[in-house]
Design a protein around this ligand. Structure first.
Ligand code: NAP
Length: 470
């Protein structure tokens, strides 16, 4: 596929293969853009601002609903392409598709609700006699830089609120999984004037960086790793930035928990998308009274997980994004084992596959749980008290989401209040999100929120207009 700049499909001198991690086959190739094409995309997005800003909210909303219908009509093609480029099970791709449709629908609705408020200046000293109101204005051009794990829905979480708020967009999709996003941009381009949506492919460190550093872009909306997020924060200057970064989410199981519910939380949270989920369950902190029962049930359920061809509807665990990524998980787990951890089930790699793996005797200082391990692993940490559980849950640079399993509301409220994370769920794993909720972490998990209404807030600027009526 080619890039999309100002309504035209554009090639460049170099191209990169997009590989299916299950078959190893080349699915397609994409251009590795040079900086002159980045400049063209920036110019096109700036030129298109006036067309979008002249369009009524009513029309923009309708057009976003049209894109939504088109995505729904092409659901099967998109889901297959997603599975091919990411290696995730086809059932999970359908879930991502359905969420993408929902995200677009929310943005189409939100496009009609972007307005300011009247402000009583006479409530302030010397403010008597004014009539004042605010307006919510578009920022201008939004650059969306996105990761491989949920390439379609995470990109729509940026494109859709940006356009709803009358911003034009330049997308820099992940180099290893750019295709569904490029195909989706075609649908948006059919509805909106040329230049409203542009796609630049190529290496993040080159074209991504050029977008981040440009003074003709008004906002960077980034989802990806902490390392890249920190670089972007340093390079972005005065432009607005939203950073949705990594996570190291705890799942806390207290002595009074419903064991089956907690086990289900791990199955649905630690192994989803082969563990490559920002809000995946990455540390399982279990109180000692329930530890053995929980562990036995978790091993039982984990060993039933069916790993295999991601296109097969019965497959629950597909490949990681690449063999290299699976090797990294293997190395991290092996290091933990060398330091005293014990694999209870799983622990084997085959190409880009890594088995669903339960690991016992994990201590909080092991790399496996200090850093974000992006693979299908469930590391168990035993604690004595609720205090200790909270302390370990917080002993991380991350703070994206958290899940706590307890039947005691006092414990539930303590954990909810004291765990430092953007979201704390009680009796649900962290790996849960609705596309309208405010989503975004504390600490190094990022800054700013997404979830359509909240993203719109971060993609607009507020102007106050005051009329002196005296
Ligand atoms: P990544 O390596 O940070 O890449 C993300 C995007 O940034 C890619 O498009 C990449 O381009 C681009 N990029 C790389 N270097 C850049 C630079 N110097 N300037 C500008 N852009 C640059 O992340 P990933 O490995 O794809 O994704 C996994 C990470 O994302 C995990 O840490 C995960 O937790 C996090 N994540 C967070 C959320 C959330 O909502 N909080 C959601 C999903 C994932 P290339 O592909 O060309 O390198």
């Amino acid at each position: 596929m080619d890039m999309l700049i100002d309504g035209e499909y554009v090639n460049d001198m170099d191209r990169e293969d997009v590989i299916n991690p299950y078959t190893g086959e080349v699915i397609d190739t994409v251009p590795i853009s040079h900086l002159n094409n980045v400049d063209k995309a920036i110019e096109a997005a700036n030129n298109a601002k006036k067309f979008l800003q002249e369009m009524s909210a009513f029309k923009i909303s309708n057009k976003l609903f049209n894109v939504c219908d088109k995505l729904k009509e092409n659901r099967d093609d998109f889901a297959e392409l997603l599975t091919k480029e990411v290696g995730k099970p086809i059932n999970e791709s359908y879930v991502e598709l359905d969420r993408s449709v929902e995200t677009l629908k929310l943005a189409a609705e939100e496009a009609k609700r972007i307005y300011g408020e009247s402000v009583p200046l006479d409530a302030g000293l010397n403010g008597k006699g004014f009539f004042a109101f605010t307006q919510k204005l578009p920022l201008g051009v939004v650059a969306a830089i996105t990761p491989f794990n949920y390439p379609l829905n995470l990109t729509i979480h940026k494109i859709a609120p940006a356009i709803a708020a009358k911003n034009t967009v330049i997308i820099k999709p992940p180099t290893n999984a750019p295709l569904t996003v490029m195909k989706f941009a075609e649908l948006v381009n059919e509805e909106f004037p040329d230049g409203v949506i542009n796609v630049i492919t190529g290496y993040g460190s080159e074209v991504g960086d050029a977008l981040v550093a440009s003074d003709k872009i008004d906002k960077i909306s980034f989802t990806g790793s902490v390392l890249t997020g920190l670089l972007i924060a340093q390079r972005a200057g005065m432009k607005k930035v939203t950073l949705e970064l990594g996570g190291n989410d705890p799942l806390v199981v207290l002595d009074d928990a419903n064991v089956d519910a907690a086990v289900k939380g791990v199955i649905n949270g630690a192994y989803l998308n082969a563990g490559q989920v920002c809000m995946g369950v990455k540390r399982i902190i279990v109180q000692e009274g329930i530890y053995n029962k929980f562990k036995t049930r978790l091993v039982e359920e984990t060993s039933k997980i069916k790993m295999g061809n991601p296109m097969d509807k019965s497959t629950q665990l597909g490949t990681l994004i690449s063999e290299k990524a699976a090797m990294q998980v293997e190395e991290t787990v092996n290091n933990a084992v060398n330091a005293g951890a014990e694999i209870l089930t799983g622990g084997k790699r085959n190409g880009a596959f890594y088995e669903a793996t339960v690991i016992d005797k994990v201590t909080p200082d092991m790399d496996l749980v200090v850093n974000e391990t992006f693979g299908p692993v469930a590391p168990l940490i035993k604690v004595k008290t609720v205090d200790e559980a909270i302390q370990i849950a917080n002993a991380t640079e991350y703070g994206l989401q958290a899940g706590v399993f307890t039947e005691n509301y006092m414990n539930a409220m303590r954990c909810a209040n004291e765990i430092e994370a953007g979201t704390v769920f009680i009796n649900k794993q962290s790996t849960f999100r609705t596309d309208n909720m405010p989503f975004g972490g504390f600490k190094n998990s990022g800054c700013g929120k997404e979830g359509i209404k909240y993203a719109v807030e971060e993609m607009t600027k507020t102007k106050l207009i005051g009329l002196n009526l005296r």
